[in-house]
Design a protein around this ligand. Structure first.
Ligand SMILES: NC(=O)c1ccc[n+]([C@@H]2O[C@H](COP(=O)([O-])OP(=O)(O)OC[C@H]3O[C@@H](n4cnc5c(N)ncnc54)[C@H](O)[C@@H]3O)[C@@H](O)[C@H]2O)c1
Length: 273
């Protein structure tokens, strides 16, 4: 993602970790956070994606460190926080964004598929918080942004494990907001609607997206499925990674100093319809 207008200072003095920084929403958010003055720990299991994000941040004069990590591994998550802290000081912003698609109905998915999606999309969110909370408590505050989904708010066909994981992220967010409010640590959940990324392509091609008109045997392309899903979105378009990164930036900044425990759909009106 290129094209943010110059550097700002909305995150000056912050040390942020963005997980899933090698692609999609996390890629855009890491670049946006750095462009606003944060020093960013970019975390992902995918080395080449991480390298691209690092290159964009560094070529724009931003500061970042790459952490190649599987966020379901508690030791690697602890190392990610230690590496970022060593490079820049205590982490004060965590954007727990990494996630995978989870396709399949409750009747059909296997236990292994269920466990994998819960592990990457929910357990990792807790592990990242657990690793960052002591440092945030020590420095007197922080902001945790958890990536949920509209799929955690309303029923969406074909994504049983994903919906359960994202609803779990919402519950964890509220619990931590209450628990750590007294430490001036804010915890909020973001619920994006459809933002075309590799994760969405995988989900749509497995499930037929939100299409009302896809007929059996027509084999619509990904682009056709996206087009057909537009009836779900009153704003008349699907999302862009910038739409989500902009809101995460607000939550990361001190502008949202009295905002905690919220669960905010960024979805072009999908869940209002
Ligand atoms: N794109 C959407 O429409 C949409 C909607 C709602 C929620 N979300 C959520 O947004 C987040 C980002 O998704 P995206 O659409 O940008 O997807 P993406 O596939 O473009 O990016 C996800 C990134 O997470 C990384 N990742 C996955 N598993 C990991 C692991 N175990 N350890 C470390 N890194 C890992 C991947 O390598 C990838 O770089 C996810 O949590 C997703 O569920 C996306």
């Amino acid at each position: 993602m290129k094209g943010f207008l110059g550097m700002g200072d909305r995150l000056a003095g912050k040390v942020a970790i963005v997980t899933g920084a090698g692609s999609g929403i996390g890629h855009t958010a890491a670049i946006r956070f750095a462009a606003e003055g944060a020093k960013v720990g970019c975390a992902d299991r995918d080395r080449s994606g991480l390298d691209e994000t690092m290159e964009e941040i560094k070529s724009s004069g931003g500061q970042a460190v790459a952490c190649q990590v599987d966020v379901t591994d508690e030791n690697l998550v602890d190392e990610m926080v230690a590496e970022t802290t060593k490079a820049f000081g205590p982490v004060t912003v965590l954007y727990a964004n990494a996630g995978i698609a989870g396709s399949g109905n409750a009747k059909d998915i296997t236990l292994a598929e269920w466990d994998k999606v819960i592990s990457v999309n929910l357990t990792s969110v807790w592990l990242c918080s657990r690793a960052c909370l002591p440092g945030m408590i020590e420095v007197g505050g922080g902001s945790i942004i958890n990536q949920a989904s509209v799929g955690g708010l309303v029923g969406v066909p074909g994504i049983a494990s994903y919906a359960a994981a994202k609803a779990g992220v919402i519950g964890l967010t509220k619990q931590m907001a209450v628990e750590y409010g007294p430490y001036k640590i804010r915890v909020n959940a973001v619920c994006p609607g459809t933002v075309p990324t590799p994760l969405v392509e995988k989900t749509y091609m497995a499930n037929g997206g939100f299409a009302a008109t896809a007929e059996a045997g027509t084999n619509p392309t990904y682009e056709e499925l996206l087009e057909q899903s537009l009836f779900r979105y009153p704003i008349g378009r699907v999302g862009m990674t910038e739409d989500i990164a902009a809101f995460a930036l607000y939550l990361a900044s001190d502008e949202s100093g009295w905002t905690t425990g919220t669960v905010v759909p960024i979805d072009g009106g999908m869940t209002a319809a």
